[in-house]
Design a protein around this ligand. Structure first.
Ligand code: PLP
Length: 276
């Protein structure tokens, strides 16, 4: 396999990372995951913009132009012959002897790889279960940082309880999943947490909001509560790798059984029909 390190593509076995990378010691960096559909990157500009914003919010200077970002993704997917899959792109603040205070003249370290990955049709059809638990992350979840320990622990807690994903809530307010955004459909209205500091503004979330508009489904970027979720509602989760997946069961802080519903199915169909 070929991977990207700094400014070139090399064999994975030749990719050696600097010992004092701040990403390794502090999780001091940002990343993106970009879907490849039939050899074509999906929503490239949106990913680029989010990366630029994430970097800027933690004062990492963007050393990669949009063209360079795009070239890296194209070269990786070409060389590795990715048809359907994704590219992972990471940028850390740089290399210096471990200290909390960062120097302002560091060169960010770029690493990226491509992976073939099928669309999870089974999950999309049958749905997944969630484990509801308190969201203990920091208050800047809008930044796509590589510091993901709370997300990692949440996902693993969910798996330990036989669920595929976590449903995170702050008090009673549902924020998002460990690596997904969460939507509730109640009385024909779609609700999802607003894109503030409590969630990552998912690219798939943004696509779903567009699709809802195009199809005239009422959608409110308004937080909803654990108490709002009832058996008659629909829920679904979204992410770059999952697309749109229905939720069929929630356990943990609450216990609810749900069915994949008509709005979810229509949004899934609209997502498939969208040009990729
Ligand atoms: N929320 C979190 C915390 C995530 O890590 C992710 C993706 O990894 C998402 C939401 C979904 O974002 P996207 O649709 O851009 O993949």
């Amino acid at each position: 396999r070929y991977v990207w390190l700094h400014d070139k593509m090399i064999k994975e076995e030749d990719a050696h990372l600097p010992f004092f990378d701040r990403g390794y010691y502090f999780g001091d960096g940002v990343y993106e995951v970009i879907r490849i559909y039939s050899g074509k990157p999906f929503m490239l500009t949106a990913h680029w913009k989010r990366l630029e914003r994430s970097a800027s919010e933690i004062n990492i200077e963007m050393t990669v132009t949009k063209q360079a970002f795009s070239d890296i993704i194209f070269q990786l997917k070409e060389k590795n012959e990715i048809h359907n899959g994704y590219v992972y792109f990471q940028m850390t603040r740089g290399i210096e002897e471990r200290q909390h205070l960062y120097s302002n003249d560091l060169s960010p370290v770029i690493t990226a790889f491509a992976k073939e990955s099928d669309i999870p049709l089974d999950k999309q059809k049958h749905g997944v279960s969630l484990w509801a638990m308190e969201d203990i992350r920091w208050l800047r979840c809008d930044i796509k940082t590589i510091h993901l320990l709370a997300n990692v622990m949440a996902k693993n807690t969910a798996f330990t309880h036989g669920a595929e994903e976590a449903l995170l809530h702050r008090g009673n307010t549902v924020t998002e999943g460990a690596s997904t955004n969460i939507f509730l459909v109640k009385n024909g209205v779609i609700y999802t947490h607003p894109a503030d500091n409590y969630i990552l503004n998912g690219i798939t979330r943004q696509v779903v909001i567009e699709l809802a508009k195009e199809n005239r489904f009422p959608l409110k970027e308004t937080p909803f509560s654990l108490i709002d979720i009832s058996e008659n509602d629909e829920m679904f989760i979204t992410s770059t790798t999952l697309e749109i997946v229905p939720v069929t069961c929630i356990r943990g802080s609450i216990e609810v059984t749900l069915q994949p519903g008509i709005v979810t199915r229509k949004l899934q169909a609209a997502f498939q029909a969208r040009e990729k």
